[in-house]
Write a protein that binds this ligand. Structure first.
Ligand code: MN
Length: 131
């Protein structure tokens, strides 16, 4: 089964771009358009990675990150933030909130996929028993 990546993004064209790129690379994409929906879906789908827009309509993506990191059942999920902010101090704020990495918009597909594959949570490999 391909890994599921949860995309949290309120902009339709960005959501479509992320979904299409991830699907083309063989991932299952789950979509949430708000922070509240993201918190429901992260429990439902146990994603291997969250692609998280920082500017959401209801709450900040950084608050979503803090809630996920405060929950022992969810805190292991890697978070790749995407943001239109690229001002001094934003990178520090994003990483301090608990995101694993961030990319500034506009997102280049090569950099995006490299970041996804770098941070994706992989299942522990099955080590063959040597007898
Ligand atoms: Mn947004």
């Amino acid at each position: 089964m391909p890994p599921t990546i949860l995309i949290v993004e309120d902009n339709d064209s960005n959501m479509k771009l992320f979904r299409d790129v991830l699907s083309a690379h063989g991932y299952d994409a789950a979509c949430a358009e708000s922070g509240a929906r993201a918190l429901e879906m992260v429990r439902e789908v146990d994603p291997a990675l969250i692609v998280l827009d920082v500017q959401l309509p209801d709450v900040s993506g950084l608050d979503v990150t803090r809630w996920i990191r405060a929950d022992p059942a969810l805190r292991h999920v890697p978070i790749l933030a995407v943001t239109a902010f690229a001002m001094k101090g934003d990178a520090e704020r994003i990483l301090a909130a608990g995101c694993d990495a961030y990319l500034a918009k506009p997102i280049g597909i090569d950099r995006f996929m490299a970041a996804v594959e770098k941070h994706l949570r992989v299942a522990a490999p099955v080590i063959p028993l040597v007898t």
